[in-house]
Design a protein. Structure first.
Length: 194
């Protein structure tokens, strides 16, 4: 099994370190050919508008859309969730997503960088995990076939899953809690067995 990490901007090294901790081989994805042979993909947190522009600049947008649409397992954290969403509110001018996940996300829903916070989030099938929210989005609408897997105590949706795609508003790689990555690796293994 090889898990790719989109390596254009954002928390790339933290995700690669988390995969190394789990003894899962990883590959930085910067070019189209880096997608060859990967079994899953992590879209890291960062600046979603910048990641969007770089995927187009490096010719990765359409190959990524095709791979995700064809069933490649994907974990999107923070900006990665925004990149997976079909719809964004508060998007930067001209911002696009890779899409595929039938949700609407609100970009920077918690405010600016100084409004960032750490908390514990209960994730379905995993339990309470430590999570960092850094200029994080929230999910404001969930389409048919998308399961809510995490909410904050006030009911805001911060985690969703639809079969081969998992999207969360937070950064589990920052807190060092490996359980979401472990769940993603299990999902990849299940999909490979089908």
């Amino acid at each position: 099994m090889i898990v790719g990490v989109l390596a254009l901007q954002g928390g790339v090294s933290e995700h690669i370190a988390m995969l190394e901790h789990l003894a899962v081989p990883s590959r930085a994805v910067r070019r189209t050919e880096d997608l060859d042979g990967i079994d899953g993909l992590i879209l890291p947190g960062g600046e979603s508008g910048v990641i969007d522009r770089l995927t187009r600049l490096f010719g990765l947008r359409e190959p990524l859309r095709a791979a995700i649409g064809a069933g490649l397992p994907v974990l999107g954290t923070c900006a990665g969730l925004i990149m997976l969403a079909d719809r964004i509110t508060g998007a930067a001018p001209g911002q696009q997503t890779l899409g595929g996940l039938d949700v609407t996300v609100e970009r920077n829903a918690f405010g600016s960088q100084r409004d960032s916070f750490d908390t514990t989030v209960d994730v379905a099938g995993i339990g309470a995990i430590d999570a960092s929210f850094i200029r994080a989005p929230i999910v404001t609408e969930v389409g048919e076939g998308v399961d809510v897997i995490a909410t904050l105590p006030d009911g805001r949706i911060v985690g969703v899953h639809d079969g081969h795609r998992i999207g969360v508003s937070f950064h589990p790689e920052v807190s060092g809690d490996p359980r979401l990555h472990e769940a993603f690796v299990r999902l990849i293994a299940e999909i490979r067995r089908r």
